[in-house]
Structures are given as C-alpha cells and as structure tokens.
Design a protein. Structure first.
Length: 386
C-alpha cells in the first residue's frame, strides 16, 4: 500500500491544467531536530543521519537503534504527520540503503517546490542516445529530482488517470513532446483522439499525425480506431510475407522498409466508451494485439471507474500513471492499489511500468506556448487559431 496525501490550494487555471508554473522557490528547511522529537512523541527512538532536498519532498535517512520498532514506525505515519503539523500531507517510509536505516520522505510547503520546465525536458531528451526502436517518454522527475523515463515500446500501453485540474493534460503534453523531440515522422506517427476538442488542437497540422487531423467527435473517433485495427491487420499480413513476427524483425530484415511506430493518444476515454460501447471491443483488440505491429495506446481519463474501464482494458494496458484522484477506489482502478488519493496535486503522480512497483514522479510543467515552440522546431504548422 502506498501512503501519502496532501490537500493543497488549487493553482489558477489560466495556464494549462493545475500544475505549478515555474517560480522562484523558498529555501527548504532542515527539520531533522523536529523529526527526531516527533518520532519520540510517537514512541520511536531514532537519529537522523542525513537528508536530501528533492523538488517537493525532503528525504531523511533515519537510523533505528531498535529495529523491532520498524513496524510501529510503518503504522505511525498519520500520527507522525500530525505531530509535525503536516496537515493532510502524510510522510512516507521506504527501506534505507544502510544497516538499520529507513528513508522518511516529508512533503514540503508549496513555496519551497522546485518545478521542472520545458528546458529540462529538452535536456533529458537530447542527453539520451537515439534509438529508433525505443519510445522513451519523460513525465518528470523522481522525489530526489532525477529525470524519470520509461520506454513506451516496452510498456506497451499506458493508462493515465487523474481528477480534474491535477495535471493530467499537462502530463499528456509532456509525453507527446518527448516523442516529437526524439523521432522524425518516418519513424513515429501520432494518432490523436480528443472528444474534449481542446487539448490536442495545437497538434492539428503537424507532420507526425497519422490519419486526417485530430479526431474530435464520436464518429471520427470510431472510424480512427477502426482504421488503426485495419492498419494493424495490414502490418501483420506484411510481416507474414517477410517471414517475421514483429516490427523490429521486419525493419532488421528489410532496412529499406519504412513502417513507423504509431502512438495513439485518447483524451477522455470514458466519454468515448459511454457514447459507444462497441468502441471498447476495438480498443481491447488493439491492446491485445497491436504491440508487435508497433502500435501503442495511451488512454487518459479523469473519471476512472470499473464500469468505464473493464477488466479486459485494464489487464491489457499494464503501464499506469495515476495523478491525484478523489477516492481510493479510483486509485485502485488506475494503479491496482490505493495511494493516488493521497498525492500532492499539481502534477504529482505515481508511474507504474510493467513488473515494477509504483514510482513517485513530479511532473514537468508544459505550457501552451511551450508546445507551440516545440512544434516550430520539429516542423509542425500551428493551427490558425493558435
């Protein structure tokens, strides 16, 4: 079980989604003495060996002379947060890297946060060597400020969920820009489906688009998904002719073969499924079979529930990003465990990739002007309304 929470004031909505824009932060405080005293108050004897200030959380390496108090400490996070005056922001505990030590992560006040920007995202992308077989995406940094990435080609499909105003749309833009900054259109295409008709409009004329523009209504979305199923079937027919089973083998066998990866972004899947239940069957088929054809899904929603996201979708979309949600039941839908209801908001998230435990990540801030600037770099033509 993941155990963290903060209920913080919302950031103004004048910028893209509720993720803090860059600002000069205050210097974080060293609360070692207060932490030792608070631990004593809940019956734990401990010493702080050292600390590391991350972007939003300070990590304390805590030595426990009596290791038999570990379970008591694990069960005392809410009481510890109360003694420290963290309000609804709970501390969290993880295994230490030295004998008889644990790490205690204490959330800090928002004025002390260090936010990552589009410049950081560009640096992360440029610093990783190019590999056409990888689809690396960079949602943000871990709790210690280290760039966090994962390979969407391995994922191979991703579910992104979070309550309104918690940074989901900004997260999607960071994933899209990660791909656009790394790959040219002959290697990567994006199929964009946006029933909200807001988030993906800026990408309407980019050369990386697969299909005719951004699909913005149920009819276009249905047809786009069916076209993707047909594309998948056509690719497998070509693979059969080549005597291979997947896109990587096909490219290696025929170096002149130009079959781009296709990453499908669906903003607000719940709306599509509610309007047309048959779409779910097509999406499930893609999730089950499309990986080897080089087609990958990123499904996003602000309303994760069991009715919308059937077991078939969840079982075939193993990678997850959970931003702050309202209820523990919603966290279970996204992560298969509770915890996302206790995040800090403003782009704070858990990222769970295949076969790994959730990693806490603080999202990179991406504004509309950042997106437009990147599209100019990669050769995209901005829509007339931008």
């Amino acid at each position: 079980m993941i155990n963290r929470r903060a209920q913080l004031p919302e950031v103004g909505k004048s910028r893209a989604d509720d993720i803090s824009s860059p600002a000069v932060s205050e210097t974080p405080q060293d609360l070692s003495a207060q932490l030792v005293a608070a631990l004593r108050d809940i019956g734990i004897t401990a010493d702080v060996r050292d600390l590391t200030h991350g972007p939003r959380i300070t990590r304390y390496r805590v030595f426990l002379p009596d290791i038999n108090q570990l379970d008591k400490l694990r069960n005392g996070m809410e009481r510890l947060g109360l003694v420290l005056g963290l309000q609804n922001a709970l501390p969290s505990i993880s295994s230490g890297d030295q004998a008889k030590t644990v790490f205690l992560d204490l959330p800090r006040p928002r004025p002390t946060w260090e936010n990552k920007t589009i410049k950081d995202l560009r640096d992360w992308v440029s610093n990783d060597p190019y590999d056409a077989e990888k689809l690396l995406v960079y949602p943000g940094v871990d709790v210690l400020g280290r760039a966090f990435s994962f390979d969407l080609a391995v994922a191979p499909h991703l579910l992104v969920g979070g309550a309104t105003g918690q940074g989901k749309s900004v997260c999607l833009h960071s994933l899209i820009l990660s791909l656009l900054l790394k790959h040219k259109p002959d290697v990567l295409r994006l199929a964009l489906i946006d029933p909200k008709q807001v988030e993906f409009s800026v990408y309407q004329n980019i050369s990386h688009l697969w299909g005719e523009g951004v699909a913005v209504n149920i009819t276009d979305a249905r047809q786009r998904i069916r076209d993707l199923v047909d594309e998948m079937d056509d690719r497998y027919a070509r693979f059969n002719e080549l005597g291979v089973s997947n896109i990587i083998e096909a490219r290696r066998k025929n170096r002149n073969l130009r079959i781009p990866n296709i990453v499908v972004f669906i903003e607000e899947l719940a709306d599509l499924v509610m309007q047309d239940r048959d779409i779910e069957d097509e999406i499930v088929r893609l999730a089950q079979l499309a990986r080897a054809a080089g087609i990958h899904l990123v499904l996003a929603t602000q309303r994760p529930d069991a009715k919308t996201f059937s077991g078939l979708i969840r079982s075939n979309v193993p990678a997850r990003i959970a931003l702050t949600v309202q209820k523990s039941s919603e966290s279970k839908i996204i992560l298969d465990e509770v915890g996302a209801e206790k995040l800090l908001g403003a782009g704070d998230m858990y990222v769970k990739t295949t076969g790994s435990a959730p990693t806490r990540v603080h999202g990179v801030y991406v504004s509309r002007s950042d997106v437009e600037e990147i599209l100019k770099r990669v050769g995209g033509e901005l829509p007339a309304t931008a």
